[in-house]
Every structure is written in structure tokens, then in C-alpha cells.
Design a protein around this ligand. Structure first.
Ligand code: PLP
Length: 368
């Protein structure tokens, strides 16, 4: 939780004791704060406040988007979802759309096949096309702007899971997507709060029932401190982005990758030539024993790294993202993912590199 988000959360818990749906003054004050937060988020994203719903996080937002779309289309029209989406998009897409689901194939560079989308759009009009903004496993930036444009030309609704992009890169243009999801904990806000941009028409069907909140579109008391904290966090990240704070961090990550390849030549950076998030490195590592060994050894050295997707750590199955990109299972099994934060320094990247080289040398020495 970044200081601005913590401050907003603490202030909100003190200041807004009322429930935004209650009719008394305490409730009305809370409701006014909720409305103001919605206006502020809408201004940052570039969309109408009335299109934004508060949720418990991106998993709920993504489920809701797929559910609403599938209900509106009645499973008649197809739904096209990029093969490298987060499971919180892929699984509800399978559940709610069944046979109507088509996976947009991924290319070896980790981007969806644009020609596939373009040529199919000439022939048919699906109920929804879903492509995320940036991939959570590889960091590869996805061509969401191009696909949004193609969908617009054909009058097809476009959904973008912008969880990994928001707060790391400028949000310009994201508000134009018909559906858009995000969550606070990826940009310094609290866990368990997110949002969904969803068109007001056709009227959204709620996944949750039993309350009039969010204009009847999402039942349940809103997490006001979490919401105010989300908005404060995104505003703070926006300021650093406006000042170009991400450029230096991109160069530290690039320098780490270069040095890593030079000191451990067996390393292969996934989607090396693609534009990727400045905080994500996914690399096929030299084998040093069982798959989890890098994670365990780096953990002991003070670095929390991941194998596949962090959201499914402990899951031994090959990552669906790497599989869609055509990586061999033997390589995918050696992938380690490094993610930095805004607070990570250049020195910390360098210390990580030294730790990795040390671990590799130590293992090599033992096996002689
Ligand atoms: N979408 C993407 C791209 C993610 O990376 C994640 C989580 O890491 C989610 C959705 C799920 O978000 P949440 O943890 O808020 O449910």
C-alpha cells in the first residue's frame, strides 16, 4: 500500500461511518464520497462515471463482463478471447459462452494474431472480443488499441483486462474500450477492490443479487475505504507516469536482462524483442535441478520470484500462456518470472543478478 493509498484508506474509515445506501446524513455523505471517487476514476480513464461499477477485484470484474455479454447475446453470437488471457477471463468465457467461444491464437512473440481477428471480423460479428492490455506472465504489451479500432469499425463490443497496464503505463485511450477491468492492488492500492467499465445499455445483468447497490448492477455494500484508496493510488501513479518515472525503470530492467544473458548465456528471455512492461522479466533459466530450485534458492537470498503465473503458483501444469506461444514443455518448465515494483532500485536488480550468478556457480561446483 503506497502512502497516498494508506492515508486515503485511514481517512475514509474515520470520516465515512455511514453506508452509502442509507438514507440518513451519514449515508448521504458516504454516497457523495463514492460518487466523487467514481467521477475521479472516470476522469483518469477517460470515460463516463455512470459506466463504472465497483467490484471486489478484477476476478469479479472479468466474470461480470463475460456473464453480461453472454447473457445479452444469448449464446447466439460468438465470443472471441485471446488465448493468453488471465484465467479469470478464460474460465468464465468457457463457462458462460460454451461452444460460442473461440480462442484468438497467440503468435510466438506473445501477441494475439491480428490477421486472424481482422479476417474473421470481415465475415462475422461476435458478441464480444476480449484482449488484455499487457500479459501478466510475460509482460508483453498487447495490441489492444488496434483491436479496439477494428472492433469499432464493425460495431463489435471490445473488452480489455487492463490489470497489468494501469498504474504502470499511461491510461490514455483505455476508457474507450466498451468493457474495461482493473484492480487496486496492482498499482499500490489495497487488495480486494476493483472496477469494471460496462456499457449502460443493454442493461447489465448482475452476477450478485440481494441489494440495490450500483444502480442494481452489482449487489453488496461498496468498500468505500478501499475505493477511495484505489483512486488515491491510481492518481499518485498517474503523477509519477506524467513525470516519466517509468523510463528509468525500463532501462534498469533492460540492463538486467542484458547482463543476465551475458553472465548466464544459457538464459533465454521470453518475447525478448517485444515491447513489454518495465517491471516483468520472464526467462528460461539454466537447469539447476528440480523446477522449484531457483525459486527456493532465490527466496533464501531474499528474492520472491515466481515460476508460471503468480495467481496460480503451486500449480504444476504448464502455463497456458507459454503453451499458446509454442514454447516446448521442457523450456516452459524452466521459466522463472521476476517482477519489480515502483520502489525497486537499480541496485536491487544488480544484487538479484549477482545472487543468480552465485547460485548457478554454486550448483555447478557441487556437481563437479
Ligand atoms: N487479470 C490479470 C491480468 C491479472 O494479472 C490478475 C491477477 O494477478 C487478475 C486479472 C485477477 O485480479 P484480482 O486479484 O484482483 O482478482
Amino acid at each position: 500500500l503506497i502512502p497516498e493509498a494508506r492515508q486515503a484508506w485511514l481517512e475514509a474509515t474515520e470520516k465515512y461511518a455511514g453506508n452509502p445506501s442509507s438514507p440518513h446524513r451519514l449515508g448521504l455523505r458516504a454516497e457523495a464520497a463514492l460518487d466523487e471517487a467514481r467521477e475521479r476514476l472516470a476522469a483518469m480513464l477517460g470515460c463516463a462515471a455512470g459506466d463504472l461499477l465497483w467490484t471486489s477485484g478484477a476476478t469479479e470484474s472479468n466474470n461480470l463482463a463475460l456473464y453480461q455479454c453472454a447473457s445479452a447475446a444469448g449464446n447466439r453470437a460468438g465470443v472471441w478471447v485471446s488465448a493468453t488471457e488471465h484465467p479469470s477471463v478464460l474460465q468464465p468465457a468457457r463457462r458462460h459462452t460454451g461452444a460460442a467461444l473461440s480462442l484468438i491464437p497467440a503468435q510466438p512473440d506473445g501477441r494475439p494474431d491480428l490477421d486472424w481477428v481482422q479476417s474473421r471480423l470481415r465475415r462475422s460479428r461476435p458478441a464480444l472480443v476480449a484482449v488484455m492490455a499487457a500479459n501478466n506472465e510475460t509482460g508483453v504489451l498487447q495490441p489492444w488499441k488496434e483491436i479496439l479500432e477494428l472492433c469499432r469499425e464493425r460495431g463489435v463490443p471490445f473488452f480489455c483486462d487492463a490489470v497489468q497496464w494501469l498504474g504502470k503505463l499511461p491510461a490514455v485511450g483505455l476508457g474507450e474500450c466498451d468493457y474495461l477491468s482493473g484492480c487496486a492492488h496492482k498499482f499500490g492500492g489495497p487488495r480486494g477492490v476493483g472496477f469494471l467499465k460496462v456499457p449502460r445499455k443493454p442493461r447489465a445483468k448482475s452476477l450478485l443479487h440481494g441489494g440495490p447497490q450500483e444502480d442494481g448492477r452489482r449487489a453488496g455494500t461498496e468498500n468505500l475505504p478501499g475505493i477511495l484508496s484505489l483512486v488515491a493510488a491510481l492518481a499518485a501513479r498517474g503523477k509519477v507516469l506524467d513525470a516519466g518515472g517509468h523510463h528509468a525503470r525500463q532501462s534498469w530492467k533492460d540492463a538486467f536482462e542484458l547482463a543476465l544473458k551475458s553472465r548466464l548465456p544459457e538464459v533465454k528471455i521470453i518475447a525478448e524483442c517485444e515491447k513489454r512492461l518495465w517491471n516483468t522479466v520472464s526467462a528460461v533459466m539454466p537447469p539447476i535441478g528440480p523446477q522449484q530450485r531457483w525459486v527456493v534458492k532465490l527466496d533464501k537470498a531474499g528474492f520472491a520470484v515466481s515460476t508460471g503465473s503468480a495467481c496460480s503458483s503451486g500449480n504444476e501444469k504448464m502455463s497456458h500462456v507459454l503453451e499458446a506461444m509454442g514454447l516446448a514443455p521442457s523450456e516452459a518448465a524452466r521459466v522463472v518470472r521476476f517482477s519489480s515494483g515502483w520502489e525497486t532500485t537499480r541496485e536491487e536488480w544488480e544484487t538479484l543478478l549477482d545472487a543468480m550468478v552465485g547460485i548457478h556457480a554454486g550448483v555447478a561446483k557441487k556437481s563437479v
